[in-house]
Every structure is written in C-alpha cells, then in structure tokens.
Design a protein around this ligand. Structure first.
Ligand SMILES: [Zn+2]
Length: 271
C-alpha cells in the first residue's frame, strides 16, 4: 500500500505561484485512485513515472480549483483517451451535480465517458474494486465539502481535506494509521474554513495516528516553513509528523515508512 504526493500546496496564492505544487496525491491499494488533482497533477504524474492511465478512480473533495482542475485530463487518461468506458469519479455534490455554491466542475462529456459517477455525502461509503472508501464531514467554503477515509488491508488512511477544526473532527478520523491533514496556516494563525498548526495539534493529539502528514500549505505556511511546523506538532503530540512535499512516498506495510521518490523524467522534457 502506497501513498504518493504530487504536491503539498493549497489556497489561491500557493496555487498561482506553484511554490509547493498542487497535484494532490495518489493512493495505490486494492485500487489506484487519484485524490484532489489540482493544477499539475497530470504533469507531475509523468515527471515521477506514474501512469495516469492505470487509475481506477478520481476523487474530488470539493469544488475549488486547487482540488479539481486536472480531473478532466485524468478522466481522459483513465478512459484511455475516451476509447474505453472505464473508471469511476467520486465527488461531492457540487463537483458532479452542481449546487447553489457552484459547479458542476466536470463537464457533461467527461462525466459521460466514465463507467460510474458517485456523489457522496458524509458517512456514505463506496467501493472501488475491494477498496472501501468512506466520505467524511468537512466544514469548508463549499458547504458540501468532504474528506475521505480509505480502509485498506494495511490500515486506515484518513484525509481531512480542507476543513476548519470542529468538535467531532477527531472522532471522525479516529483509528487512522496514517492521518493526512490540510494545514493551511502556521501556528495559531487561524482563518475560517481552514486549519492552522494549532488545530492540527489538537486533531493529531486526539487521533494519535502512527504517522501524521501535513499538506495543503498556503503561502504563510510555506514561509513558516511547514517542516518547522511539523516538528512542533511532533514535539507536542509525540506523533511522528511530516510536512508533505512533491515526491513524498508513504509505504504502509508492517511499518509505515516514508521516502522521497526521484524524478524519472525531467520537466524540460516537456518543453
Ligand atoms: Zn478548498
């Protein structure tokens, strides 16, 4: 079981500048899924030698561009250039159907070429091959925002996605072996709809995963920098905590190990 990070940036300015890249992450378990493919997801996949045509599903937690923009090109990869009706898209209501907030953010055409589209609400479950996926509640700008929990044979991977801290959040993500938390702001620099480092400390201290990964860094977090914030979290919670960056790989077996993948194809190949 493996998690592969194709970026760790988030929010408008980190996305515009691509300071930490915004490709979301891939989870390779009983199925291959790409979660929150923001700008650069396709290109960064190729840079690391990851084949986007082997995807079984694309998952989108909410209708913000740093989470969905590369979805349509990944659908084209997943469907082998729209020649095979295959794969699943899983998203919140805004992403797939559209709501008063906005959307749908995936075109009717792209929704028509996949095998299945699943709109999820918090608490609902879906299965891709034998990978059980649970949607979790998130409190964010898009009112239908979700997080996801992946039930794999190597344990639970829980992803908060963008949310502010709320009382039930630790309970929702309990028993996670790997907890991926969106940490937009450093220290106690709290803004609505997002978590800061202090919120992450509260969450991680309650959940006590084997390892916590911070990601989705805004500009203030990037300048903090995230590695320093992650050290703070680890000191306060006694939980191994890592600041994600492009190419971070989490291997889950008997132990949870992290490493950094090498770029297989330099970016200038694309020039
Ligand atoms: Zn967002």
């Amino acid at each position: 079981m493996q998690i592969f990070f194709l970026g760790s940036g988030g929010g408008r300015f980190a996305t515009i500048t691509q300071k930490r890249c915004t490709g979301g992450f891939r989870l390779h378990a009983e199925a291959n899924v790409h979660v929150d493919p923001g700008p650069g997801a396709l290109v960064r996949s190729h840079v690391f030698g990851i084949d986007p045509t082997d995807l079984d599903a694309i998952l989108i937690t909410h209708a913000h561009p740093d989470h969905y923009t590369d979805c349509e090109v990944l659908i084209e990869a997943m469907t082998r250039g729209a020649t095979k009706k295959r794969g699943t898209i899983i998203g919140n209501k805004t992403t797939i159907e559209g709501t008063d907030f906005g959307g749908p953010v995936i075109s009717k055409y792209h929704r028509s070429i996949v095998s299945e589209q699943i709109v999820m609400q918090p608490g609902q479950e879906a299965k891709i091959k034998n990978l059980r996926i649970e949607a979790t509640k998130a409190v964010h700008h898009d009112p239908d925002s979700l997080g996801f929990r992946f039930h794999t044979p190597s344990g639970i991977v829980s992803y908060t996605s963008d949310t502010e801290y709320f009382d039930e959040l630790p309970d929702i993500h309990k028993d996670a072996r790997v907890l991926i938390a969106s940490a937009m702001r450093p220290r106690e620099d709290r803004i609505p709809n997002h978590m800061c480092t202090e919120d992450c400390i509260n969450l991680i201290d309650e959940v006590k995963p084997e390892i916590a990964i911070l990601t989705h860094f805004g500009m203030k977090m990037i300048f903090a920098p995230p590695e320093k914030e992650a050290r703070q979290v680890a000191e306060r919670t006694k939980v191994k905590t890592i600041a994600a960056r492009l190419g971070l790989v989490v291997d889950m077996g008997e132990e949870v190990k992290t490493r950094y993948a090498r770029e297989q194809v330099p970016l200038d190949r694309f020039l």
